[in-house]
Design a protein around this ligand. Structure first.
Ligand SMILES: [Zn+2]
Length: 179
C-alpha cells in the first residue's frame, strides 16, 4: 500500500520521513470513528474501528441507503433501510470490477443528489469504501484529485492508499505491484 504521508508522489517521496523514500507502507492503523461524513449526506465507514465497543460499527436506521462492500452478521442496517451488498476485494481492479464499482457509485451519487443520507462501508473504512465514495464524488462533479482529498480529509491519511484504486480513480492504468 502507499505511504500515508507522500502517497508515492514523485515530488515528495524522496524526502519523505514516514516511508524513508520508499513510497510504501506495510501496515495501517484503524480509524477512530465508525464512519465520517465526506460531503453532506455521504458517509464512509467500516466494520472495524479503534474503539473498544463491540457495537460501535453496528448500523441501525441512521441512513437511508447503506452500501456494504463486505458484510458481517449483526452489523445492520435496521429492517426497512435500503441495503445494497456489493462484495469487493481490496485488490487490483479488473474491467468487470470497474463496471460494478461504477454502478454502485452512480447509485450512491443519485441517492445523495436526491437528498438521502448514504453510508458506504467496508472493513476498515479506508480503501474499498473510499473507492466507491470517491467514484460517487466524481459522478457528482468533483475531479479525481478533489474526490481523493475529500475522502482522506474525512477518514484520515490512510484512506485510499491502495495504489490500484488511486490509479483507477485518476483514470490511469494500475501500477505494477512492487516486487
Ligand atoms: Zn512517504
Amino acid at each position: 500500500m502507499l505511504c500515508h504521508s507522500c502517497y508515492a508522489e514523485p515530488s515528495s517521496m524522496p524526502d519523505c520521513v514516514a516511508c524513508r523514500g520508499t513510497g510504501r507502507a506495510t501496515s495501517m492503523p484503524l480509524c477512530a470513528d465508525p464512519w465520517n461524513e465526506v460531503v453532506p449526506g455521504l458517509f464512509q465507514g467500516g466494520h472495524d474501528v479503534r474503539s473498544q465497543s463491540g457495537t460501535a460499527c453496528v448500523v441501525d436506521d441512521e441512513f437511508d441507503l447503506v452500501v456494504s462492500l463486505t458484510t458481517r452478521e449483526g452489523y445492520g442496517p435496521a429492517a426497512g433501510v435500503e441495503h445494497v451488498v456489493l462484495r469487493l476485494a481490496d485488490a487490483a481492479i479488473d474491467p468487470a470490477t470497474a463496471v460494478r464499482v461504477d454502478e454502485a457509485a452512480r447509485r450512491v451519487a443519485a441517492a445523495v443528489r436526491g437528498g438521502s443520507s448514504v453510508l458506504v462501508r467496508c472493513s476498515g473504512g479506508l480503501n474499498r469504501s473510499g473507492l466507491v465514495v470517491a467514484s460517487a464524488l466524481i459522478e457528482l462533479g468533483r475531479t479525481p484529485d478533489e474526490a481523493i482529498s475529500l475522502v482522506r480529509e474525512a477518514r484520515g491519511p490512510w484512506a485510499l492508499t491502495n495504489p490500484g484504486f488511486v490509479a483507477h480513480l485518476r483514470g490511469l492504468p494500475a501500477p505494477r505491484p512492487a516486487s
